[in-house]
Ligand binder design. Sequence first.
Ligand code: PLP
Length: 459
Amino acid sequence: MLQAAPNSIESRDMLSLIHPQTNLAAHLERGPEVITRGQGVFVFDNNGRRYLECAAGLWCATLGFSSERLAKAAYEQLRTLGYYHNYWHYAHEKSIELAEKLLKIAPVPMSRVLFQNSGSEANDTAIKLAWYHWNARGRPERRKIIGRDLGYHGTTIAAISASGKPDMQLPFSLPLERFIHTLTNHYYKFHEAGETEEAYSARLAQALEELILAEGPETIAAFIAEPLIGAGGAIPPSRGYFEKIQVVLAKYEILFIADEVICGFGRTGYMWGSEAYGLKPDLIACAKGLSAGMLPIAAVLVGPRVYESMLEQSRQHGNFAHGSTYSGHPVATAVALEVLEIYREIDVLSRVRSAGAYMLERLEELRRHPLVGDISGIGLVAGIDLVKDKASRTFFEPAGRVGGLVMRAARERGLLVRVIGDRITLSPPLIITESEIDIIVDELKIVLDQVSATLSSGK
Ligand code: PLP
């Protein structure tokens, strides 16, 4: 165990906290990175070092890492009504107002909003609602949920079962049985020689249809997908993909759950990833940018098909037996409302489009680098595939080692960058400026050169 001074923040951490998504044994050897404050796109550690947060924390700190204005919104709400719930017909104004706003900006007509506290919970709930819907329609055999390899929907039991992340499933004896998976969508990595993007998309749609037919269409409840694969590597969909996928879903009357947890609220330069890629979901899960990451809140937007079923269930059987203590929490909803108002005032979509175009244009400079195989992105999300050999599109084995070198070298240079496998991902706060983007790209160039040098020296 790291020899930290007794009662230092490092030793207190190691003796008290379990860190999610962390190697717990390694943590005791190396100790925590303690972040003490944030300002704009920067965070500062307890040694006073400044880092540019290229991932907006976990994709969520869309407005940066501190805010007087949001603090005031929370304070005012805490003074007026710090807690109430929405059970048994009880209501409070902020949750009503936020639901109204979400329905107004929804990418397709949606009927109602059900608040949750995290992206995982929102996806779990959306999955439950898909089952609820089919039960209401007298089709209880429609139970299977189709997710995608590399998809990520959260860590609660259904959300991680729907994800395509064996590393996060197998140690917990998951996925649950009724969850099945179809091919991921990463054109650069998985297309066959000479295969166009459209042809690749058609192949994936065909694979989905084959899976549905093999399982029996009458057993499938819903398909769940992120508009762009986020935690699986910040990978935009191949051209024509969702158009073709939705034809298959419609053919077999399968519900479509859009996981907008990272795309929702402007990340792509559209309010929703569904708008960017033409998704027409029945259920939408959103979180993160809803409160700019400042307080835990999430929502499920329920489309007409499912809401009709829910009403029918209540007419037949009474209570809608689902909910949680903090859903629609007054303070979280008040802060989310203020966040949506800030997005409107700063015209977040125009900002993301212009900053995003600048980020992608500057990143193109990295394409010449021998380690860089591909660069893709939309709005303020981008990914860079690192390859061992560009010409033959050969990836590093094992995946993640070179990515780890990049991540560590970037941190040394003051960038907190997330590298997923060997794909560098960028999803900075939506308020990032061009000069801050310059810092990211200029530093990344140096980092890639350093890593190349390390690899050539055989270390
Ligand atoms: N869905 C997507 C697309 C995500 O990226 C995440 C988290 O990163 C989740 C769901 C889970 O959200 P949470 O961590 O708030 O439970």
